[in-house]
Design a protein around this ligand. Structure first.
Ligand code: ZN
Length: 190
């Protein structure tokens, strides 16, 4: 994989969904890691290197990346942490900072970009739109993310629905095609 090829976090999440042939929710972040030959996942319990306030960190090791995540967090939180760290890798942040201890609380450009990436990867807006999953509870269940993260997503969905801001980008059009079967299946069940 050509790391750092993605410039924009939102587009990067779409591109990641397409590149990894993701067709269903909840998105399995560990499958993405497994399919990437040069990203490894390590539990913090095994290495104990995370600072107190950090949920995860990515380390560059020769020609590969190691994502260390706080495995004692809830599984939903771990999913977000791993998606966030994937964002740093795929957005090329690691090519700038060799190692950085990061927390969600730190507000800077790379941190917000990684959060946008994680949000758009774990809870793709067009899929939520088609399934009319617009409440925090539904989004949390469908995407297997925390209620807190889902609440942010629900607020954002409200804005997007108001502006009907879907399918304006060709990548989003491709994503929804890839999810076609999943959407049909889940629509008919409701
Ligand atoms: Zn970060």
């Amino acid at each position: 994989m050509d790391y750092g090829k993605y410039k924009n976090a939102r587009n990067a999440a779409w591109q990641c969904i397409l590149d990894y042939d993701i067709k269903t929710l909840p998105i399995e972040v560990t499958n993405i890691v497994r399919k990437s030959n040069d990203i490894n996942l390590v539990k913090n319990s095994d290495v104990n290197i995370l600072q107190n306030n950090a949920s995860g960190v990515t380390i560059v090791n020769n020609n590969s990346f190691i994502i260390v995540y706080r495995d004692t967090d809830s599984s939903r939180r771990c999913r977000f942490t791993i998606a966030h760290e994937l964002g740093h890798i795929l957005l090329g942040h690691m090519l700038v900072d060799k190692i950085a201890y990061r927390t969600f609380a730190v507000q800077n450009d790379t941190e917000s970009a990684a959060n946008v990436f994680a949000r758009d990867l774990l809870a793709p807006a067009c899929v939520l739109h088609e399934l009319k999953a617009l409440t925090a509870e539904e989004i949390s269940r469908l995407c297997n993310i925390s209620l807190e993260a889902a609440t942010y997503r629900a607020n954002r969905m409200h804005e997007l629905e108001k502006r009907n801001a879907f399918y304006k980008h060709p990548l989003e059009q491709k994503v929804i095609k890839q999810f076609n079967q999943f959407i049909n299946k889940n629509k008919s069940q409701s």
